[in-house]
Design a protein. Structure first.
Length: 567
């Protein structure tokens, strides 16, 4: 009773307008409120809202929790909620909540735009509330708890549509700034609200968020089911942009589940839909996805063409995330072409873009690709540093795909440095992650085969390489030349010259056809040895001469070896 009497006395001491502001705070989901949000809640200007809040703070009903932010004890907020129920008509209370939720919705769209991300198909407020990305990110991080509370409040008390609209508006910021658990939680709340309302588009939007979150968690089969559900709902709702996003998402899952052949038609339909919509962000994403599949199939020229088309669009769009990822993919093509200086320059630009924009996800995959370049260029120590940076970031941002690739890259670099025990440790961790996530195990098998060969366990190396070849031949031909080269080395080590020559010829022909110059040179090196052992001295030296020309043009240390072989 004493507490109630004290609150009554403080409340009665406020002017009428300040009393109303205080009462409306009882409607607010969350522990604190900004001046801008309070102004929206009360339907006043920001200066007036700050003055009214300041009056309540001066008599200690509320307190200033930070610059332009106010908070109150739970008991005080319960008192304010009781007062607003007694004094304010339901229609006024509902209008106040709607104004606040609209405020949050419009600022989420504006923050997404200020960060250069793809903005959702949602209403925009007037003006540009954020001067730059840093300001937008700071706002999101300071408001996230209130935004999450607003999602729950809308789902429980209405208007329900704001539950999924807020999550949809926040999806790009959530991708970069929230934990995967938080994303699953708010998307689940939004989905339940959309289902209760029977809103197909809202359900599709939430399944898209859930699918991409499951993908980040490397729960690929669940991610595919949720993305396919999003596609079906988008089509039923006649939401073309949603269908395009769902097609891209399905393609990503299929590719990583080892079915890139099924991903290609989905990517192509997504690009066509985005082109029809004039959606530049979607076109860039689709072209990048197509490039990644061409790369899987060792079609380096087609991958390069897709990325050459995507890069100017990415730069023009202002989407620095997609710009950085497009550069990373282009760097990966250059790595496969053994154009290491160009790859390094491109990846340095990608890192600069990612770091300037605070894009940890993109920064991580840029480090990962730089590690591949260092490995192939004969710089294993630098590769270890790059892959270690990539692994740290992958773990921190919960990017399981990059985590797996970084573990495999570290294993490769450690083998090159002769640190076999460390390599096996990395491969064990990679194998465990691949099994848990359902990701394709072809590259893990390749890494294990190389390690077993290094410790002269030829039987295990042969068995693992053969299994990897069976997987990669159909679904990831990019690694097939490397596998044939490894099998050629195993055959030669076991005195099987004819089989070694056949494997070397397959590796050399495939690498030459795809444009993988370094793999071509390495295959020719082994093929030359096989031919010399079968008595074809002239053919062997021709292979070594061709390999030497390639190694010299590429600039790798193997050129010294071929020079010594040629005498």
């Amino acid at each position: 009773m004493a507490v109630r009497a004290s609150l009554d006395a403080s409340y009665e001491a406020l002017p009428t307008a300040a009393q109303r502001m205080f009462r409306l705070l009882g409607l607010v989901p969350g522990a604190e409120i900004s001046v801008a949000a309070a102004a929206a809640l009360a339907g006043t200007g920001q200066a007036a809202a700050e003055e009214l809040l300041g009056g309540a703070a001066r008599i200690h009903l509320i307190e200033e929790s930070g610059p332009g932010r106010f908070a109150a004890h739970d008991l005080v907020l319960e008192y304010a909620a009781q007062r607003t129920r007694e004094a304010d008509p339901p229609a006024e209370r509902e209008a106040a909540v709607r104004r606040l939720l609209d405020h949050y919705l419009h600022l989420l769209v504006a923050a997404t735009e200020a960060c250069g991300f793809q903005t959702p198909d949602l209403p925009r407020g007037q003006g540009r509330p954020f001067g730059d990305q840093a300001e937008a990110v700071a706002w999101f991080e300071s408001e996230w708890q209130n935004l999450a509370a607003a999602v729950s409040h809308a789902a429980a008390h209405g208007p329900r549509r704001y539950a999924w609209l807020l999550v949809e508006a926040a999806q790009e910021l959530l991708h970069h700034r929230a934990t995967l658990g938080e994303r699953l939680r708010v998307a689940g709340i939004g989905l339940a609200a959309a289902e209760r309302e029977g809103d197909l588009r809202g359900q599709a939007a939430m399944y898209l968020v859930l699918g991409t979150t499951r993908w980040r968690m490397a729960d690929l089969r669940t991610a595919l089911r949720e993305s396919e559900r999003a596609l079906d709902l988008s089509r039923r709702a006649r939401w073309i942009r949603g269908a395009a996003m769902a097609l891209s998402a399905c393609g990503v899952m299929l590719k990583q589940l080892g079915r890139p052949d099924r991903a290609i038609p989905r990517y192509r339909r997504a690009v066509a839909l985005n082109r029809t919509l004039g959606n530049t962000h979607g076109q860039v994403r689709g072209l990048g996805n197509l490039a990644s599949v061409h790369l899987e199939f060792a079609r380096l020229r087609q991958a390069e063409e897709c990325l050459a088309a995507a890069l100017p669009l990415a730069r023009a769009s202002g989407d620095r995330h997609m710009q950085a990822l497009t550069l990373v993919n282009l760097g990966l093509v250059r790595q496969q072409q053994a154009r290491f200086a160009e790859a390094t320059e491109i990846l340095e630009e990608a890192l600069a873009v990612a770091r300037a924009a605070g894009l940890r996800y993109a920064e991580g995959v840029a480090h990962e690709t730089a590690g591949l370049v260092h490995c192939d260029a004969g710089r294993p120590e630098q590769a270890v540093a790059a892959f270690s940076s990539a692994l740290d970031i992958a773990v921190s941002v919960e990017n399981r795909n990059s985590e797996l690739a970084s573990l495999l890259g570290l294993a490769d670099a450690e083998l090159r440095l002769g640190r076999v025990d460390r390599a096996f440790d990395r491969l064990t961790a990679a194998r465990r992650l691949a099994v848990k996530s359902g990701m394709s195990s072809g590259q893990v098998l390749l890494g294990r085969a190389r390690a077993e060969f290094c410790v002269r366990n030829h039987g295990a190396a042969r068995e693992l390489a053969t299994r990897s070849l069976a997987l990669n031949r159909k679904f990831s031909p990019l690694d097939v030349p490397r596998l044939h080269t490894l099998l050629a080395a195993i055959h030669l080590a076991d005195g099987e010259e004819e089989q070694g020559m056949l494997a070397g010829e397959r590796a050399a022909n495939l690498a030459a056809r795809s444009g993988q110059r370094l793999e071509h040179a390495r295959a020719l090196l082994l093929l030359g040895r096989a031919r010399l052992r079968t008595g074809d001295r002239r053919g062997g030296r021709e292979c070594w001469r061709h390999a030497h020309d390639l190694f010299s043009a590429i600039g790798t240390p193997e050129a010294r070896l071929t020079a010594s072989l040629l005498g």
